[in-house]
Design a protein around this ligand. Structure first.
Ligand code: SAH
Length: 257
């Protein structure tokens, strides 16, 4: 550990984007290059780490829902300890650090302990998923806004009201759902209260990565398509008329690696 008491302790919360290292920002690359310690989420693609110094310590702190995970409090303590010891700490998070994924909580904890926080944007998965489909999320013929929603609500918080979100979608707001696959049955039933079964829906898995796959179907066809195509995490669901005209509904496409 480097003791550098004269510098203010600082942590960079850096968005690693959806996977493709070419989607990193220049700022993100600079922060990664400068890091002496990197704490890396499991949704961060390995290619992003090629920018790290050889001498940097890389700690994988995956915390995917349902899998073996590092408790959030431990990650925060580790960031704090390293930053206070004078290390240049980069916390690499998938997508954008402040779109789901608890970046906000990490920033609050760090600041509460007198650690400076710099946030570096990343391209969030929902945007990469739309681009994978060639779908403009706010095409003005079909939508005047977009909602980013997590299907994985806080355990002690209120349950999501999918019917209300469906009603907003019916008003022309494209719906982009993160972590929605595990909730597909609930989501489908709720949205169907406000939207017709023929509403276009897409599932995009591993957007911007070599293993990217997607299926374009309808709200009514969601469960069948998921089961048939075995699409799963990490995936984003997109619902709305902006998907119409993408080609045949019920189409599945694999991107050649
Ligand atoms: N901060 C991240 C989101 C973290 S939540 C961001 O801005 O993208 C984790 C969820 O993001 C996953 O469960 C999945 O729904 C979505 N996700 C992350 N990377 C993805 C990718 N490459 N393709 C599709 N979905 C992805």
């Amino acid at each position: 550990m480097n003791a550098r008491p004269e510098t203010t302790p600082k942590v960079w919360l850096v968005g690693a984007g959806p996977g493709d290292p070419e989607l990193l920002t220049l700022k993100a690359v600079r922060a990664i290059r400068g890091a002496t310690v990197l704490l890396v989420d499991d949704l961060v693609a390995g290619g992003v780490l090629k920018y790290a110094r050889k001498s940097a310590r890389i700690v994988h702190v995956g915390k995917r829902g349902g899998c073996r995970s590092t408790p959030q409090a431990f990650i925060e303590q580790l960031m704090l300890r390293e930053a206070l010891a004078g290390e240049r700490v980069v916390r690499l998070k998938g997508g954008d650090p402040f779109v789901f994924g608890r970046g906000g909580e990490e920033a609050e904890t760090l600041r509460a302990h007198g650690v400076e926080v710099e946030v570096v944007n990343g391209i969030t998965a929902g945007l990469a998923a739309a681009t994978a489909l060639g779908a403009p999320l706010t095409h003005r013929e079909h939508a005047h806004g977009v909602m980013f929603v997590t299907g994985h609500a806080k355990e002690d918080g209120p349950a999501l009201d999918w019917a209300v979100l469906g009603a907003a979608a019916a008003q022309g707001l494209t719906l982009v759902v993160y972590m929605g696959v595990a909730q597909a049955a609930t989501l489908q039933a709720g949205l169907r209260r406000a939207l017709p079964g023929c509403t276009p829906l897409a599932i995009v898995q591993s957007a911007s990565r070599p293993e990217q796959r997607h299926a374009v179907t309808t709200l009514g066809g969601l469960l069948d398509t998921l089961a048939r195509e075995r699409l799963g995490s990490p995936a984003v669901l997109i619902v709305g008329e902006v998907l119409r005209g993408l080609g045949a509904l019920n189409a599945v496409q694999r991107t050649a690696a």
